[in-house]
Design a protein around this ligand. Sequence first.
Ligand code: HEM
Length: 407
Amino acid sequence: MPKGAELELPFLTMEEDAFAADPFPHFAMARARHPWLARWKLGYVVTDYQAMRDLFVKEDRMRMMFDSIVEIMEAKGTRWGNFQERHMLSMMGEQHRRVRDVLAPAFTPRVANHNRALMRDVINTLLDAWLPEQSFDFEEFASYFPITVMCRMIGASPEVIPGLRSAMEAIGLSTSMDPRWLPAMQEGVATMEDFVDGLIAGRRALPHSLEEPNLLDLLMQANEDGGITDRELADVLIFLFVAGYDTSKNMLTLAYWELLQRPQMYRRAGADYDYAGRAIEETFRYHATASNQRILNEDIEYRGVVLEKDSILWFPLSVATRDERYAENADNFDPERKRATRHLGFGLGAHICLGQYIAKAQIQEGLHEICRRIRNPRSPGPLGYRPFPGTWGLRGLPITFDTQAFA
Ligand code: HEM
């Protein structure tokens, strides 16, 4: 059986700006040359939906690569390096199961639905503040939404939001593997550590009424009961911000951009709440933002190929269902499509997105209110694109608009 290294595989230049501007034709060409595997400068790229499903769940045979990223960046022992090695996606096995079990009750569909009124309130408060401008950068606007929701869910003061936003922007560069960003990433982690240390100390000094415990109360209770250590509590709190920030912001911005180009759909998403939900699902199928990676602990045989121990596998979840084999007219954005394979935008297996119900509720509430209140938007188009590996999305989306809400 041939080894991956012996195959002539299509080569993807995923790190290039031109690739990020339109990744999909590159993947279509790669699939035409090999049905499920390609290569780029940092390992293999799995290009087929079913292969992603089959391989991504082999967790006992793979590991995360955050410690390798820290080594490549020569940042071992630093605050950023330590955070990368300790956060929830780096946890494996028993520690991961324990921490996930502690968090799970706070991330059920019921909890997400319970927070919908809070999410609506947050987006409407943001719209009240931004709409008088008559024009703004939608991506920047959208970036305040997930942070503000998370702050409200843990009872943090809104004053911290601008500082946290800058920290999130910096930490979001972590998978870039570009040492130029290291000082900013170190500062971002320091800001977040100081913030959560202060939050935890404040709550210990002045316990919250537990009649209706919020997310912070639940996590602190788990810490008191011995379910998670002090260190894990702080890391988890930081990671909840990090994991929900550019993912949610980029998905909301992509969904908005797709609707903005289709005025009929746009108006319907503002008038019909369920339709806004379908538009989000279609955006996930059309271009979810995440690409995740794993390192193989051993050789794995798959579809007649041996993928070698210690090689890196990239899973661009963002392109899995933009493929004729899994969705008819795959390049057609259609929130009403009847049949499509379930998207992989939230990952798979043991590390599947813990915040997926919150994320979906948040984006649906947000998109519906935004399309209801921002009327007749115009845009020259995105200013650029986020790097494809990591969390892809638009970089800047200027809009002008009218503001009267639909009836
Ligand atoms: C549209 C928004 C979001 C997308 C596309 C997304 C996507 C993902 C993906 C693909 C993973 C798996 C990564 C991997 O296996 O390597 C993941 C994990 C995770 N996400 Fe999300 N996410 C989103 C929003 C959120 C939000 C809002 C939160 C928190 C409230 C959150 C919390 C988490 C956590 C804690 C994990 C790690 C789970 C674990 O290690 O067990 N995510 N997310």
